[in-house]
Design a protein around this ligand. Structure first.
Ligand SMILES: Cc1cc2nc3c(=O)[nH]c(=O)nc-3n(C[C@H](O)[C@H](O)[C@H](O)COP(=O)(O)O)c2cc1C
Length: 184
């Protein structure tokens, strides 16, 4: 029986065996102590040696009039980071059963950068939320947006950390062995 190709395998297939993977981490929460940012960092750490950049989503709100004056420098930088990465690791919070405004705004801006920066980009999508589903509704909403942009959202590991306030140690590592295994 065929099994799903994991994120690690797909990334490895895209590069030469000696290359260090270039990973761009994207967290949909701006909060300093964000659990999604912690989860994103735990996922990045599971790849071992990697060339890592973390996207800054503290962008202006998308506004067509602003765009008409020229795409903001921060957005151009985000687009270049996405284009250059071997893979994206996107951690999506759930706000009112939807994608966070921060993440949606960033995806909207990035979609306006010339070129198709998300095209065929292996993307690991994960999430952490206070509720019992771990933000599953937001996960699928984010997945739809990323797919529309041409990203290849990896089937596994689709880690969604539920009841997140109890799931992290102070050093940002995951408490549960089950989540640790899934992310690793
Ligand atoms: C405006 C808002 C809406 C929220 N809606 C949901 C929700 O629909 N489902 C859920 O599980 N948690 C919801 N939460 C709780 C978040 O999951 C929780 O605050 C989480 O820690 C946010 O992610 P972060 O730690 O990365 O900032 C909401 C929080 C806020 C601030």
């Amino acid at each position: 029986m065929e099994r799903a190709i994991s994120g690690k395998e797909l990334t490895t297939q895209r590069r030469t065996p000696t290359a260090i993977p270039k990973i761009l981490g994207i967290s949909g929460s701006l909060r300093e102590a964000s659990f999604n940012t912690q989860l994103m960092k735990a996922a990045i750490a599971s790849y071992g040696t990697a060339d890592v950049e973390i996207a800054d989503l503290n962008l202006p709100l998308y506004d067509g009039d602003l765009e008409a004056k020229g795409i903001p420098e921060m957005v151009t930088k985000l687009g270049a980071q996405i284009a250059a990465a071997d893979m994206l690791i996107v951690a999506s919070p759930e706000y009112n059963k939807g994608i966070s405004g921060v993440l949606k705004n960033a995806l909207d801006w990035a979609s306006r950068v010339p070129g198709t920066v998300f095209a065929a980009k292996p993307t690991l999508l994960i999430g952490a939320a206070a509720g019992r589903t771990g933000g599953e509704t937001a996960y699928f909403m984010t997945r739809n947006c990323l797919s529309q942009l041409g990203a290849v959202v990896l089937a596994t590991p689709a880690v969604l950390v539920a009841g997140v306030h109890n799931e992290f140690n102070e050093d940002g590592t995951l408490k549960s062995e089950q989540y640790q295994k899934s992310i690793g």
